[in-house]
Design a binder for this molecule. Structure first.
Ligand SMILES: [Zn+2]
Length: 132
């Protein structure tokens, strides 16, 4: 059971949506240079309008390298908002313990507790995953 209070959850949801808007604005700015109206139209929809369809996934399909960072951020936020909707926000996806408010304050999109995150990063490092 997540221990976040409704008002805390509200605050994180608001923060996630704000962050999403910032990324959208950045993406829109980049895409306007490309003059691709179809992609720009895509961005003018509100997140969540299209049900489960992910705007980040739709953008990623275009394989626009210049907005890669933003698309990844949007995908993280969409996933976090889905967890809010499903009542799973703030709970580690790996071990099921609470992620903790302090960690969520720093990383509102966190889906793992610090222990599982560090373990995962170690595993990734061993696979030779490029460090960001
Ligand atoms: Zn965990």
């Amino acid at each position: 059971m997540p221990s976040l209070t409704p008002s805390q959850l509200d605050r994180f949801t608001t923060k996630l949506k704000q962050d999403y808007q910032v990324l959208l604005i950045e993406v829109r700015g980049e895409l306007e240079h490309t003059g691709d109206q179809h992609r720009i139209d895509l961005l003018n929809r509100e997140p969540g309008d299209s049900g489960d369809e992910s705007m980040a996934n739709a953008l990623a399909d275009f394989n626009v390298a210049i907005v890669d960072r933003q698309v990844r951020g949007m995908r993280d936020i969409e996933a976090a908002l889905r967890r809010v909707r499903d009542g799973e926000y703030g709970v580690c996806v790996d071990c099921g313990t609470e992620i903790g408010v302090a960690r969520l304050e720093a990383y509102p999109t966190a889906k793992r507790c610090i222990v599982c995150q560090e373990k995962r990063e170690r595993d990734y490092a061993q696979e030779g995953h490029p460090k960001m």
